[in-house]
Design a protein around this ligand. Sequence first.
Ligand code: SAH
Ligand code: SF4
Length: 392
Amino acid sequence: METLGETTPGPIPADAAPAPVPDRPEASEPPPDSPEATPLPGPRSRAATRPPSFYGLFPDELEALLESRGHERFRARQILDWVYHKRVREPALMSNLSRALRDELSTIVSFDLPEPAEIRVSPGNDAVKFVLRLNDGSRIESVAMRSRRGVTLCVSSQAGCGMGCVFCATGQMGLVRNLRAEEIVGQIERMLDATDWQDPGFHLVFMGMGEPLANYAQVLRAIRILHDPAGLSIGARRITVSTVGLVPQIERLAREGLPLGLAISLHASTDEKRGQIVPLNRRYSLDSILSAARDYAEKTGRRVTLEYTLLAGVNDSREDAFGLAAWARRLPSKINLIPYNPVPGLPWKRPDEETVNRFVEWLAPRAPSVTVRWSQGGEIGAACGQLGARPS
Ligand code: SAH
Ligand code: SF4
């Protein structure tokens, strides 16, 4: 299946339309045209191409790669341990490897992480925003947050986003490109290195730039790499995927056998209103999204989070609250209200605190569970939906 000279990552096609992709662990050899295929370089391709990224490989793929270069398979576990557990990325320091492997390793896999173009730390040191530069020059943003509940890492799944939600900074950029699995894993490794916040039980949320389910194959590949016990071993329950509501992909996610947290970005309780602020609603109605979400909750045993960004004068009335509560009662759910974080150049406003509190009072007695998320990181442009915003 291998052809030479194909190891340099090329652009990944948008895969908003569902495409059959095998569950990775069973698929030892993904088809060459699969967006999940990670080409292993043949001997003659070495000089011409960059080695594949370590962060995009499953342990068995690393084993096969090492074997193809004349090293023992068990070395893969040692290298994974150095990188993910001891946080050492320099082959020369991997003292239990053979001398030959230490010398050669950087020509077999690359340990490079996305480079920070900018790092901003909040005044209280509880949020750090990273602007990261990818190999092709694309920029993405990732945020690390720390609170009493522990550490949460917020990652991007795409550079930009093609969904065009009218209030969202990332949505205004359009889609630049999908990220590869290694670029998703790389963001996390970069943040763990840079913050040194010790929380082995940290949470991971796909709430940075992009629509994760529009980059389904690479996002799932990254999640399975992150979930692997030989790597970071992040439990599925500690990972949340947030989606604007791509119904076929929600259905597919329910069949993955991973009890991931699922968050649905609702923002309105009628199709008419939602269609005005979330263009995708013209394709998938509220009813179809919430039916898929209910099915997801049944299959995974997880309550689904309904995210609702409060926009002043748009979706903050009593009628809106009652409508939202009615949807929430249809499935095992919890509601997360996000008072809007203003985006320079966009007309939308955050409701005042009194309006937010009144909305909660209307909602709380009628809905299963309601929390208000006053986003962390507002001062450094790292709050929800501010990613991609240019400084004013
Ligand atoms: N594309 C995914 C995940 C990224 S956005 C999604 O839409 O779900 C994460 C959350 O922040 C979404 O609920 C999104 O609607 C919300 N959001 C976007 N812009 C915002 C802003 N300026 N203020 C508050 N929330 C915002
Ligand atoms: Fe994309 Fe989510 Fe922003 Fe909508 S809210 S444009 S889906 S990132």
